[in-house]
Design a protein around this ligand. Structure first.
Ligand code: ATP
Ligand code: MG
Length: 349
């Protein structure tokens, strides 16, 4: 048996699903995931994947091109500053080894663990109302989603996974599966991965509000997002219709920056200057039109370097192919080592 790769650095696994809006990632994804990842890529040996199989867990018909969406995710990874020289960037489906580990881990995962996962319950309940897919209920793949996620993580015997607060439950299951495997087969095959919850990222609000006029998180699913790949004009148009203070109809009316999408983005992207804008918004010295224009400029200046990097990779599709191929090759080599170890531990060989 080949000795598993010896690393001096601890390993980290991160990834995102290529779903919604052709897989294009937004400012929430940037602040909650991509920026923290970029900071971690030196400290850890990083495997950074595009979870294209996961995009199929809730499919109810012919999906948009997942391949196209995956390329967009890759472009967003690169535009955010993930460096293919320092981390392996690859598509899950290019490393079919994940499917074998998924199957094997499925053998030791109690169904009761999976049925308790909140996102499964939510999807199941939502699908009960869905006329097309509802009749037969959620798929086996949806129930098994956390096992596939565990396989993604444990494949690289990852020591850590950067997660948003909303994803802690999924990682908990991966940790349980790692512990259970090690315990059942009396071998320390999988490190129990730690959740790396970045301290400085809260939830970034989107451009709209819920039924109670409260800001809600920026999300691909809510159509309230600014995408990393938006053009300056698209950003301007989105800001023009963004939610502000409902009672501030004229410039002189007092605004409420706490509940205003534009003021919140200003606070995040202009930490030194936002206070003056907030004060003048409250006092009626400044109107929403001006605030929106200024915030548009701030966002566009922030996004410019991302756009430049994205354009560079987008205009060189063969280069992107090479990056993904190289990433997958590195991932497959590591995955083969892990699978050899797992097969041996499970007495398959
Ligand atoms: P979906 O609507 O399909 O759930 P999403 O927009 O919520 O998509 P995810 O794919 O669920 O995005 O999340 C990818 C990563 O981005 C996760 O690490 C998640 O914690 C982070 N993230 C998503 N939205 C935000 C947000 N508004 N603020 C901070 N982090 C976010
Ligand atoms: Mg989400």
């Amino acid at each position: 048996m080949t000795v598993p790769t010896v690393d001096t650095k601890k390993r980290l696994l991160s990834g995102m699903k290529p779903t919604g809006n052709q897989g294009r990632l937004h400012l929430g994804n940037l602040e909650g995931a991509l920026r923290p990842w970029v900071k971690l890529q030196d400290q850890y040996r990083m495997f950074c994947f595009i979870a294209d199989w996961h995009a199929l867990t809730t499919v109810t018909g012919v999906p948009e091109s997942i391949a196209e969406a995956s390329r967009n995710v890759a472009l967003d990874y690169l535009s955010a500053g993930l460096d293919p020289e320092r981390c392996a960037i690859f598509r899950q489906s290019d490393v079919p080894q994940h499917a074998e580990l998924y199957l094997l881990l499925g053998m030791i995962t109690p169904v009761s663990w999976l049925e308790r996962v909140p996102t499964y319950k939510e999807h199941r309940d939502a699908m009960a109302d869905y006329e097309g897919g509802g009749a037969s209920g959620p798929s086996y793949g949806l129930l098994g989603y956390p096992v596939l996620q565990a396989a993604d993580i444990l494949m690289y015997r990852a020591h850590a996974v950067p997660v948003g607060k909303d994803q802690a439950a999924h990682l908990e299951l991966s940790r349980e599966i790692a512990r259970r495997f090690n315990h059942l087969f009396e071998a320390e095959v999988f490190p129990v991965p730690d959740a790396l919850i970045s301290e400085d990222t809260g939830v970034l609000p989107g451009l709209d509000v819920d039924a109670d006029n409260k800001l809600r998180k920026m999300s691909k699913s809510y159509n309230n997002a600014i995408f990393l790949s938006d053009t300056p004009d698209e950003v301007a148009t989105k800001l023009k219709t963004a939610f502000t203070s409902p009672n501030k109809l004229r410039k002189t009316d007092p605004g409420e920056p706490e509940g205003c999408a534009v003021c919140q983005l200003r606070r995040i992207y202009d930490p030194d200057g936002f206070q003056a804008q907030w004060d003048e918004c409250r006092s009626g010295a400044r109107g929403c039109v001006q605030s929106k224009r200024e915030t548009t400029d701030i966002l566009n200046a922030m996004l410019d370097p991302f756009r430049e990097r994205r354009a560079r990779y987008a205009s060189a599709p063969a280069e992107l192919d090479r990056i993904l191929a190289r990433g997958a090759e590195e991932a497959r080599a590591f995955a083969d080592d892990t699978l050899r170890l797992v097969r041996e531990t499970m007495r398959l060989v």
